[in-house]
Write a protein that binds this ligand. Structure first.
Ligand SMILES: *Cc1c(COP(=O)(O)O)cnc(C)c1O
Length: 355
């Protein structure tokens, strides 16, 4: 008999990454399927990274010291409130591992981030998915009603991937007050830098013994390929995440790139402002075509395409645009990342011809 894989692992659905850019007419080719930042690295960030490569024979700083100091300063939190990992998805895996297991439940909105069901299942806990409201945003009342004595963690994704809306700050604060203190609430803020709505949740102001915020360098900071993310939490929770994570996870070049990116934050956030303008133009343009697009507070837009999802995805691919179809009912749709201005214009021209 071969070795037996634990059932929690054997039945894990694979994570499906966004597909690579297709080749369209005349070589047109844009990848709008992974919410990546279309801007190339800043020269200063690249130089810091290259310098770090000179030391690749050495292990990285396991404590991520420089990055921890820079983040503690940026967010005005204690260094012991931070835990860094190879992307915020890895931090989430460790956080869930620390808090949930066999017999437990993890409650989260759906549709939301594709990594949640996988991360939950790996712990052996059960996923409890709560449908979003009619505006494609979270239904906090329904999330509260889904809590049972087995609930250990509730995920909140604001802005929500893949649909776009934020959670209102005051309503989230009231929700946190209302949830029993032994339940961890994880606020995934992967796209927080792209939010513009005045009432958007400010996760860091809500951090407490049972509330954590997840952040990433992958989106606004343009370091998706380097895998750096972190959580801001109570020291006990941050410590548990560090304890659960593999040592030396974040590479030396990745740490250097993240530190250099924080130093170049003004320039990077200026790029974010440009992407926000592009996003709003894209969303408005799609709505003018009569398409249903929920409010987007992130670097992507959601097309509620329903049973036309697969067909429309094909039409975008044929035009040289790889978008991200989510085909399973009842809320099938397409997520389109805000890309280069030429890509966004082509999205609108293609959308005008969708059949
Ligand atoms: C992209 C994304 C992340 C971040 O992933 P990394 O592992 O940091 O690259 C986390 N949460 C959501 C909802 C995301 O879309």
């Amino acid at each position: 008999m071969p070795p037996q894989i634990r059932s929690a692992i054997a039945s894990v659905p694979p994570y499906r990454p966004g597909k690579p850019a297709p080749s369209g007419p005349g070589g047109v080719s844009f990848k709008l399927s992974s919410n990546e930042n279309p801007y190339p690295p800043l020269p200063g960030v690249l130089a810091a990274t290259q310098a770090a490569c000179e030391r690749m024979n050495r292990y990285p700083d396991m404590a991520n010291s420089e990055l921890i100091v820079a983040l503690a300063d940026k967010h005005q939190v204690g260094e012991d409130q931070l835990a860094i990992g190879t992307g915020s998805v890895a931090v989430l895996y460790n956080l869930l591992q620390a808090l949930a297991g066999e017999g437990d439940e993890v409650v989260y909105p759906w549709r939301s981030f594709e990594a949640y069901p996988i991360a939950v299942q790996l712990t052996g806990a059960r996923s409890v998915q709560v449908p979003n409201g009619p505006d494609a945003g979270h239904d906090l009342e329904a999330l509260r009603r889904a809590v049972t004595p087995a609930t250990k963690v509730i995920m909140v994704c604001t802005p929500n991937n893949p649909t776009g809306p934020i959670v209102d700050h005051d309503r989230l604060a009231a929700f946190i007050d209302d949830v029993p203190d032994h339940i961890m609430i994880v606020i995934d803020e992967a796209y927080v830098e792209f939010g513009t709505a005045p009432n958007r949740a400010r996760g860091l102001e809500l951090i407490g013994p049972n509330v954590a915020s997840l952040r990433t360098f992958s989106k606004a900071y343009g370091l998706a390929g380097f895998r750096v993310g972190y959580c801001v939490a109570d020291p006990a929770i941050a410590g548990a995440v560090r304890a659960a994570s593999a040592p030396f996870g974040v590479s030396l070049p990745a740490q250097a790139a993240a530190v250099a990116s924080l130093a170049a934050e003004d320039e990077l956030l200026h790029r974010v402002q440009e992407l926000i303008k592009e996003r709003d133009t894209l969303a408005d343009g799609l709505r003018q075509l009569g398409l249903t697009v929920p409010d987007s507070q992130s670097n992507f837009v959601w097309l509620a395409a329903g049973d036309r999802t697969a067909d429309w995805a094909q039409q975008f691919t044929a035009a040289g645009l790889m978008v991200r179809p989510f085909v399973d009912a009842p809320d099938a749709g397409l997520r389109i990342t805000v890309g280069e201005p030429e890509a966004n214009r082509l999205v609108l021209r293609t959308a005008a011809e969708l059949v």
